[in-house]
Write a protein that binds this ligand. Structure first.
Ligand code: SF4
Length: 153
């Protein structure tokens, strides 16, 4: 019986040893920096401008971990109702009185603004909801690149 070698592309996480493993504190520092600078920096600029220096390999491991992660930033105070987001993506949106609210317990919420981090599999649905909003109060941000996917700036 012949055995075939299965070649698999290995990720940074798999190919880098424990010495390059980031601490939780470092991951949080990078994530916070991305949050605060959404849309301003591409990946290499993010690396160069981090408040604390980390090794490039460590940074790659963190970015891979954060990869395919997106964020909804919902400007609730400017919602005009109308239910379009709820009709398009009821698993993510529901009404809260006259305005919409993110339909997920992990969302952070205050009276004017709500945010939710989600992954790749829910991207198209959330983009559709954002694009359907007549007053463009639903922003979708790619946390890997910092790019605002909708509305385009
Ligand atoms: S589509 Fe926009 S304006 Fe309409 S309920 Fe949803 S968030 Fe509010």
């Amino acid at each position: 019986m012949e055995f075939q070698t299965i070649k698999k592309e290995r990720s940074y996480i798999e190919t880098n040893d424990i010495a390059r493993s980031p601490t939780l504190q470092t991951i949080l520092m990078v994530e916070k920096f991305i949050d605060e600078n959404s849309g301003e920096y591409k990946k290499t600029d993010l690396f160069k401008n981090l408040p604390k220096k980390v090794m490039w390999q460590t940074f790659q491991v963190i970015m891979e971990y954060l990869e395919s992660v997106y964020k909804i930033v919902y400007d609730k105070k400017n919602c005009i109702g109308g239910l379009i987001c709820v009709d398009i993506a009821p698993e993510f949106w529901r009404m809260d009185g006259a305005v919409a609210t993110i339909n997920n317990q992990k969302a952070t919420k205050d009276k004017d603004k709500e945010e939710l981090i989600f992954d790749e599999k829910d991207l198209s649905h959330n983009l559709e909801a954002a694009e359907g909003c007549p007053v463009a109060v639903i922003k979708i941000i790619d946390l890997e690149t910092g790019e605002q996917l909708y509305p385009k700036e």
